[in-house]
Write a protein of this length. Structure first.
Length: 168
């Protein structure tokens, strides 16, 4: 079995020993002889070249499969990213709504507290007015009673004086 380099040398020899055409660079070669050499090259290709060809074909298949798998991974990652973004937006929206509800609740609680304080102040002011009125009324009644008692005592004294006949 001859090596690939030997077959290449045969081709070179064939070309070198071929007849040149007059006034040109063209040569006349034995077509059958070239085809025989090419056939022998094919038949005697080393296993390494055939294996290299299979490795290249397998490599191409792996690259194609890896590209397909990478495209699937990218597609899944984009889907997951969209879902995560959507989930994040939902969380963000829920957080904002919760903050708004808390703010509104705090505002209502503050308003209710202020209204309750105003109402309590109003009730206390009315109670204070009523107590003042009662106190003033009691004071008037006390003075009126004191005056009435004084007048009654004076009448009693006068009546006793008259009963005694003006004697003390």
């Amino acid at each position: 079995m001859e090596s690939l380099l030997d077959y290449l040398d045969m081709l070179e020899d064939l070309l070198d020993n071929s007849k040149a055409m007059p006034f040109s660079n063209k040569i006349s070669v034995d077509k059958e002889r070239i085809f025989d050499i090419i056939k022998d090259i094919r038949l005697n290709l080393p296993n390494e070249i055939r294996q290299a060809q299979r490795v290249i074909e397998e490599h191409d298949r792996y690259v194609t499969e890896a590209k397909r798998e990478a495209a699937n991974i990218v597609k899944e990652a984009e889907t997951t990213a969209r879902q995560m973004t959507s989930s994040h937006e939902i969380y963000k929206s829920a957080t904002e709504q919760a903050a708004e509800v808390i703010d509104e609740t705090n505002k209502k609680a503050r308003d209710m507290r202020l209204n309750a304080m105003d109402y309590a102040d109003e009730i206390l002011a009315k109670t204070e007015q009523i107590i003042h009125a009662v106190q003033d009324n009691l004071h008037e009644q006390h003075e009126s009673m004191a005056l009435h008692l004084s007048e009654t005592m004076e009448i009693l004294y006068t009546n006793r004086q008259e009963l005694r006949g003006g004697k003390n």
